[in-house]
Design a protein around this ligand. Structure first.
Ligand code: PLP
Length: 415
């Protein structure tokens, strides 16, 4: 005999007690929160469609409609015209994997490329490494400039006749800056290459910053040469986890992403992405949250996240002993310990600051090289950023006084 439902729910709650408490604005990584009303809409959509299966949209036409609407909205955010076409995927990683896969298929078909490589800055997300690993593509990483942006000339020099894709990010994760997309686009056009802009983090924020009159560097399909883009809805779209969009400049490019076979005993099988069975929950959540928020809702959430990010950047710049890696182009930022001018080494171990913050209930990401702490600032932080600045100042003072060292931590784990 199984347990009563109430008992199961109580066990679920107990199991989650030690999890990151992201709804209180003390987590600067991994989760995004736009408040209880948006969360309720998302949760309800997941409840209603979580067991529907996006593998077959003939059987679930609702999911086809949701996906089409979501992709159309994302296309608008990304500055794409009507010839652009895309799909929903399970996340930024799947979108990136598919962009690499599509570029490889196209290069095989059009240019008989046999030993493909991708040219990308050292700042591009780890998901590109995963994609290259899965598809046996060489990852040709090019060191970023001193301002952490892609080095366009060095990337151009890394291109050869086996290059299938150039990559830029808007913004890149580690330091939160937008790569020189317009210049990379020129290189892509000159070499007749596909060019993916990873806007997993910035696709919503940059679009609404622009609509709010902020000056944003060129970052999307309005740049000639950009051939595909990714934008995650489970980040700044504030939907349930498992929702991203990949958009290609045209249907032909998109066709290299899909997979169809009848080479088994089960008949014709087609799928747009990596997954087979695909929960309708995140698809419905993305659609519902987009409808609920509308342009005005996203504009307001973007304003809040941006305000908090800039306030945090200002505070870090003014804080003795810390070095802000770069002014945030959207809402991500990173900082480290300033260098001791006599030894050229960091004044203290910044990972120990993350440890001290965690003791006080604040969670930030640890990354490197160079050793840094990273904050993904979103709408909820507009309420907590001042408190966080006080906690950060206290943590830095404590670590400097004690010479403590900290654990390095990982962005993702394998268990
Ligand atoms: C710039 C960028 N691209 C891609 C990803 C991967 O997204 P996901 O974790 O949803 O697979 C992330 C995740 O943080 C990211 O910051």
């Amino acid at each position: 005999m199984g347990a009563a439902a109430d008992e199961v729910f109580a066990s679920l709650d107990r199991a989650g007690l030690d999890d990151l408490r992201w709804k209180d604005g003390r987590a600067f990584s991994l989760a995004y929160y736009a408040g209880p009303e948006v969360q309720a809409v998302s949760d309800e959509a997941v409840r209603r469609f979580g067991s529907a299966n996006g593998l077959n949209a003939d059987a679930f036409p609702s999911l086809r409609t949701f996906q089409n609407d979501v992709v159309a909205t994302a296309r608008g955010w990304l500055g794409a015209d009507d010839s652009a076409a895309g799909f929903m995927t399970s996340g930024g990683t799947e979108s990136i994997i598919l962009a690499v896969k599509a570029a490889r298929e196209q290069a095989r078909a059009d240019r008989s490329v046999h030993s493909p490589n991708v040219v990308l800055p050292t700042s591009a997300h780890a998901a590109f490494e995963k994609a290259c690993h899965y598809f046996d593509v060489e990852s040709r990483r090019v060191t970023v400039r001193d301002d952490w942006r892609a080095d366009v000339r060095a990337m151009e020099e890394a291109i050869d006749d086996q290059t299938i894709l150039l990559v830029g990010s808007a913004p890149q994760y580690p330091q939160g800056v937008v790569d020189p997309i317009a210049e990379l686009g020129e290189v892509a056009v000159a070499h007749r290459l596909n060019f993916h802009v990873d806007a997993c983090m910035g696709g919503v924020t940059l679009a609404f910053m622009e609509r709010d009159g902020e000056v944003v560097p060129p970052w999307n399909f309005r740049v000639p040469g950009v051939t595909s883009m990714s934008v995650d809805l489970h980040k700044y779209g504030y939907s349930a986890k498992g929702a991203s969009v990949i958009v290609y400049r045209d249907k032909r490019r998109r066709s290299f992403q899909t997979f169809v076979t009848d080479n088994w005993l089960g008949g014709l099988y087609g799928s747009s992405g990596i997954l087979g069975t695909k929960s309708g929950g995140p698809i419905a959540s993305a659609w519902a949250v987009m409808r609920f928020l509308g342009d005005d809702g996203y504009r307001e959430l973007t304003r809040r996240a941006r305000r908090a990010a800039l306030a945090l950047a200002d505070a870090i710049e003014a804080m003795p002993g810390l070095e802000l890696r770069a002014r945030p182009d959207s809402t991500l930022l990173a900082f480290g310990a300033a260098l001791d001018p006599s030894t050229d080494t960091p004044l203290f171990d910044v990972a120990a600051v993350a440890d001290a913050l965690w003791v006080e209930g604040w969670y930030v990401d640890r990354q490197g090289p160079p050793p840094s702490l990273h904050c993904t600032v979103n709408a909820i932080h507009d309420r907590t950023v001042d408190e966080f600045v006080v906690a950060l100042r206290g943590a830095v003072e404590k670590v400097r006084a004690s010479s403590a060292t900290g654990a390095s931590g990982a962005y993702g784990t394998i268990d």
